[in-house]
Design a protein around this ligand. Sequence first.
Ligand SMILES: Nc1ncnc2c1ncn2[C@@H]1O[C@H](COP(=O)(O)OP(=O)(O)OP(=O)(O)O)[C@@H](O)[C@H]1O
Ligand SMILES: [Mg+2]
Length: 507
Amino acid sequence: MEAAAASSLWGGLNSGIMLSLLAVVWAMLWQALQGLQLQQYFGRHSRRLSRRLASILDPDLTVTVAEYDGGRMRRSDAFKEAKAYLERATREARGGVRHLKAEPDKDPDRLLLSMDDDEEITDEFRGATVTWRACTAPPREDSAPAYFWGRAPRADRRFYRLFFAERHRDLVLGDYLTHVRREGRAVMVKNRQRKLFTNISGDGSWDSDGVWSHVVFEHPKTFATLAMDPDKKKEVMDDLDAFRNGKDYYARVGKAWKRGYLLYGPPGTGKSTMIAAMANHLDYDVYDIELTSVRTNTDLRKLFIETTSKSIIVVEDIDCSLDLTGKRKKKNKKEEDGENKKDGTTTKQQEEDKEKEDEKAGGSKVTLSGVLNFIDGLWSACGGERIIVFTTNHVEKLDPALIRRGRMDKHIEMSYCCVQAFKFLAKVYLDVDDHPRFDAVAALLREVDMTPADVAENLTPKAPGEDADSCLAALVEALEKAKEDALAKKAKGKEEAGSADELDDEE
Ligand SMILES: Nc1ncnc2c1ncn2[C@@H]1O[C@H](COP(=O)(O)OP(=O)(O)OP(=O)(O)O)[C@@H](O)[C@H]1O
Ligand SMILES: [Mg+2]
């Protein structure tokens, strides 16, 4: 009886285990089946589902406006416009920004306020509410070499992110973004301060703008105070006006909208002053390139790409900046010697040698061909409405290719002070149209060379009691002294030449 009971209990237990095992297997099968079904279901509807899921978790669509275009070559116009638009929105206190960034404004009494990083601002457009966020991300590993342009590694990547609801998609992506760009451009034009840029890294007094540092350009010189031959001055001004209004002309003839000016003449004849007058006349920015600080041709090209239109790009004292003539001279010598007659290969080889030499010396590796391409290569056509100005004291030292028309279209000689220029300076500095000493000054100016810088210096009153008469007397004195010096120099030169001849004869 007991044994029967035990066996039935055992049997019951066995069947219980079996049942639970079956249940587990069934559950697993069921799960697998369900998984399969779900997979098929997801497979069919995955896109729709994931979109729905995303819209529940993150209901906003976004547009990112990054500071740099793909290759980080050039600051994006869209970013600058969005920045200007958001600065205005911040100023008008729309959207209640709590953390602000302040920069100097055009008005010296005010500050230009913009959103600080991670701040948000809301904006309304035809019933749609959108949000802008200012973001920064660390630079990508591969984005910049350790030292870029010879300065610290590049800064963080900045971008704006626009958030908006799906239902406003067409409105925002269409009309709203166009509105932002247009308004941003208008703000930029209104707030525009002319700037003087340099490629030399800043010491804190310069605001950095990508590869360029800048200060506000405030040079007082205009053509109205620049002394030079009136016909020549008018010719230059007409030429500048024709350039500024020549967009259609340049497009019609298929030329890049740029013009090169070569200003040459002795020191103190007004070359740098002329550049300031040009910038003030055209209302353009000035980019002053210090070629010796540019490390390679590629860097030079990048600098050029980052210049904006309506600008004057200046390379002062081009003959001193780099040994741009050496390579060609070497080539000519070799050609004279009958070596390396095949053109092109010689130049290339020599340029490579020079680059290697310079690399060893740790100096600039910008070559003549780099500069030639910078002025008149394919890249020079990027952007448009740019004037390139070279200045030099020694025009004869420059390579002909550098100053040929097409590169330096207009050659302007800045010369010693002529009588007309003197009268002009007397009017500007002393406010006199005529004076008894004018004849003496005119007679002396015909005999000796004096730069407008020296004439202007003599015409500047230096003490409270000084007037036009004393200044003109000082100028006459200075001119007489210059004449004496010139005569003494001439006599000495003759003496030396005479004694050299005597020595030759004796020999
Ligand atoms: N033609 C000019 N008209 C009026 N002022 C002039 C003229 N030329 C020179 N000056 C005055 O002389 C000073 C020096 O001139 P500037 O710097 O333009 O000479 P530069 O030709 O550029 O000399 P450098 O070759 O040494 O660079 C300026 O302060 C300027 O006011
Ligand atoms: Mg100068």
